[in-house]
Design a protein. Structure first.
Length: 132
Protein backbone atom coordinates (compact mmCIF):
# COMPACT_ATOMS: atom_id res chain seq x y z
CA UNK A 1 0.00 0.00 0.00
CA UNK A 2 1.46 3.33 -1.05
CA UNK A 3 1.94 6.08 1.52
CA UNK A 4 0.55 9.25 -0.04
CA UNK A 5 0.68 12.76 1.40
CA UNK A 6 -2.06 15.19 0.39
CA UNK A 7 -1.13 18.87 0.31
CA UNK A 8 -4.29 20.83 -0.33
CA UNK A 9 -4.54 24.53 -0.92
CA UNK A 10 -5.51 27.33 -3.19
CA UNK A 11 -2.12 27.39 -4.93
CA UNK A 12 -2.62 30.95 -6.17
CA UNK A 13 0.09 30.59 -7.30
CA UNK A 14 2.03 27.51 -6.21
CA UNK A 15 5.41 28.67 -4.90
CA UNK A 16 8.67 27.42 -3.47
CA UNK A 17 7.15 27.25 0.02
CA UNK A 18 4.57 24.72 -1.17
CA UNK A 19 7.27 22.64 -2.85
CA UNK A 20 9.57 22.74 0.18
CA UNK A 21 6.70 21.72 2.44
CA UNK A 22 5.84 18.83 0.12
CA UNK A 23 9.47 17.71 -0.14
CA UNK A 24 10.11 17.91 3.60
CA UNK A 25 6.92 15.97 4.37
CA UNK A 26 7.82 13.31 1.81
CA UNK A 27 11.34 12.89 3.16
CA UNK A 28 10.59 13.09 6.89
CA UNK A 29 7.44 10.97 6.78
CA UNK A 30 8.87 8.50 4.23
CA UNK A 31 5.97 9.01 1.87
CA UNK A 32 5.96 7.38 -1.55
CA UNK A 33 4.47 10.46 -3.14
CA UNK A 34 2.96 13.85 -2.32
CA UNK A 35 -0.09 15.03 -4.22
CA UNK A 36 -0.87 18.73 -4.60
CA UNK A 37 -4.65 19.11 -4.46
CA UNK A 38 -5.93 22.56 -5.47
CA UNK A 39 -9.33 23.47 -4.05
CA UNK A 40 -12.22 24.82 -6.05
CA UNK A 41 -13.12 27.40 -3.43
CA UNK A 42 -11.48 27.45 0.01
CA UNK A 43 -14.01 27.48 2.87
CA UNK A 44 -11.92 29.81 5.06
CA UNK A 45 -10.87 32.68 2.78
CA UNK A 46 -11.57 34.57 -0.41
CA UNK A 47 -9.24 34.07 -3.37
CA UNK A 48 -8.13 37.51 -4.54
CA UNK A 49 -7.45 37.80 -8.24
CA UNK A 50 -8.18 34.10 -8.82
CA UNK A 51 -7.03 33.17 -12.34
CA UNK A 52 -9.45 30.21 -12.20
CA UNK A 53 -9.14 26.58 -11.25
CA UNK A 54 -7.82 25.43 -14.63
CA UNK A 55 -4.96 27.92 -14.45
CA UNK A 56 -4.11 27.01 -10.84
CA UNK A 57 -4.08 23.30 -11.74
CA UNK A 58 -1.79 23.93 -14.71
CA UNK A 59 0.54 26.01 -12.52
CA UNK A 60 0.69 23.11 -10.03
CA UNK A 61 1.43 20.65 -12.82
CA UNK A 62 4.20 22.90 -14.12
CA UNK A 63 5.65 23.22 -10.61
CA UNK A 64 6.05 19.43 -10.20
CA UNK A 65 6.69 18.51 -13.84
CA UNK A 66 9.40 15.91 -14.26
CA UNK A 67 9.54 14.97 -10.57
CA UNK A 68 7.95 11.56 -9.96
CA UNK A 69 7.83 12.19 -6.20
CA UNK A 70 4.95 14.62 -6.75
CA UNK A 71 1.62 14.63 -8.53
CA UNK A 72 -1.45 16.87 -8.90
CA UNK A 73 -5.04 15.82 -8.25
CA UNK A 74 -8.19 17.64 -9.33
CA UNK A 75 -10.35 15.59 -6.94
CA UNK A 76 -11.37 18.62 -4.86
CA UNK A 77 -12.29 20.60 -7.96
CA UNK A 78 -14.11 17.70 -9.59
CA UNK A 79 -16.07 16.83 -6.45
CA UNK A 80 -16.91 20.25 -5.06
CA UNK A 81 -19.50 21.43 -7.58
CA UNK A 82 -19.63 25.17 -7.03
CA UNK A 83 -19.33 25.22 -3.25
CA UNK A 84 -16.37 25.29 -0.91
CA UNK A 85 -13.93 22.38 -0.86
CA UNK A 86 -13.64 20.31 2.30
CA UNK A 87 -10.91 17.66 2.37
CA UNK A 88 -13.02 15.41 4.58
CA UNK A 89 -15.62 15.14 1.79
CA UNK A 90 -12.96 14.03 -0.69
CA UNK A 91 -11.56 11.50 1.80
CA UNK A 92 -15.06 10.10 2.39
CA UNK A 93 -15.53 9.76 -1.36
CA UNK A 94 -12.19 7.97 -1.77
CA UNK A 95 -13.03 5.67 1.14
CA UNK A 96 -16.36 4.72 -0.50
CA UNK A 97 -14.50 4.01 -3.76
CA UNK A 98 -12.07 1.75 -1.90
CA UNK A 99 -8.96 3.69 -2.79
CA UNK A 100 -6.26 1.72 -1.02
CA UNK A 101 -3.51 4.09 0.08
CA UNK A 102 -2.19 5.15 3.43
CA UNK A 103 -3.17 8.83 3.23
CA UNK A 104 -1.69 11.65 5.28
CA UNK A 105 -2.83 15.26 5.23
CA UNK A 106 -0.03 17.81 5.12
CA UNK A 107 -0.80 21.26 6.47
CA UNK A 108 1.25 24.42 6.32
CA UNK A 109 2.33 26.55 9.24
CA UNK A 110 -0.65 28.87 8.87
CA UNK A 111 -3.17 26.14 9.65
CA UNK A 112 -4.59 25.65 13.10
CA UNK A 113 -2.87 22.93 15.08
CA UNK A 114 -4.93 20.23 16.76
CA UNK A 115 -3.89 21.65 20.13
CA UNK A 116 -5.13 25.12 19.14
CA UNK A 117 -8.41 23.73 17.82
CA UNK A 118 -8.96 21.86 21.09
CA UNK A 119 -8.11 25.02 23.06
CA UNK A 120 -10.60 27.06 21.04
CA UNK A 121 -13.23 24.33 20.98
CA UNK A 122 -12.84 21.73 23.73
CA UNK A 123 -13.52 18.15 22.78
CA UNK A 124 -16.51 16.39 24.32
CA UNK A 125 -16.09 12.68 24.88
CA UNK A 126 -18.80 10.29 25.97
CA UNK A 127 -17.87 8.75 29.34
CA UNK A 128 -17.27 5.01 29.66
CA UNK A 129 -20.36 3.15 30.89
CA UNK A 130 -20.15 2.15 34.56
CA UNK A 131 -20.38 -1.55 35.35
CA UNK A 132 -23.22 -2.47 37.68
Amino acid sequence: MAAIGILGGTFNPPHIGHLLCAQEARDRLRLDRVVLMPVLRPPHKEVPEDPGTAERVELCRAAVAGDERFDVSTAEIDRAGDGPSFTVDTLRQWHRKGIAHALMTITGHRRFTLEEIERLMPRATEPEPQEA
